[in-house]
Design a protein around this ligand. Sequence first.
Ligand SMILES: Nc1ncnc2c1ncn2[C@@H]1O[C@H](COP(=O)(O)OP(=O)(O)OP(=O)(O)O)[C@@H](O)[C@H]1O
Ligand SMILES: [Mg+2]
Length: 291
Amino acid sequence: MTPDLLEEGARRAEAYQAREPAGRTESGGRAAGFSHRATPGEVDTTHGRILYLEDVSVSFDGFKAIKGLSLDIAPGELRCIIGPNGAGKTTMMDIITGKTRPDEGTVFFGSTIDLLRHTEPEIAQMGIGRKFQKPTVFEQLTVFENLELALKTGKGVRSSMFFRLDSGQGDRLAEVLHTIHLESGVRRMAGNLSHGQKQWLEIGMLLMQDPKLLLLDEPVAGMTDEETARTAELFLELKGQHSLMVVEHDMGFIKCISDIVTVLHEGSVLAQGPLEQVQNDERVIEVYLGR
Ligand SMILES: Nc1ncnc2c1ncn2[C@@H]1O[C@H](COP(=O)(O)OP(=O)(O)OP(=O)(O)O)[C@@H](O)[C@H]1O
Ligand SMILES: [Mg+2]
């Protein structure tokens, strides 16, 4: 081999080493992304979106509950979703979490994970946590045991039987207890907590799994004003570390936490923008907020 060829080879090898990580295109996409099977912890947000829905539709017995719905959420964003009863807010969450399959459309987690190719448990494992309206904590267990149990879900029976918290998990549990304001109630039976505390505990259980995206359906329904204010603080703390999609009818709460608000109506986006803007939108006033 001639010296200039050697030199050229060395240059190429250097350029090769300096490339983007394997599989990444310049724009952050992944060439084989469509059939890519995700592993936990791997969500490509280089396109600036953690969640992406395009032209999603679903019908129930001929009734179109979701109609050409398109929406995306940035990493770390706290997005509020409002809209009248029956607008499709819960159905949208059912679609994102794999509970309901849409008839048409695209639903991506990051730019590479096609959620329509995954089952509900897989989607939860990949880092999408969901909180239903009604608290679903284990009433006969303590706060501590509930949080500990959250780490075991998804593990097999055998491994969960021999499950012991390691020090990292212990630290995480302490951190979550602090975040959800239940440090002093750690040994209390979950069944004896107030409604608001049960809701926080359930959010804590989701946090134990360190979700990248949290979907919260009417989290402050039934809470006292004080609990609602604390929940607003909690969500503002979580924002940035996690992405959040929050469905609520409580406009006072929305006002405290909102950045961008999306208004759903009859299964698609009616308006979107800062709260003040959507509140002054004639169409939103007409179908939801009233005069
Ligand atoms: N599994 C289902 N089978 C039949 N119809 C359904 C199903 N799920 C939802 N729907 C219908 O789809 C529409 C949207 O319902 P959805 O629960 O998503 O509304 P929402 O925006 O969450 O309302 P709310 O504010 O009252 O919670 C409603 O008309 C509802 O009756
Ligand atoms: Mg609903």
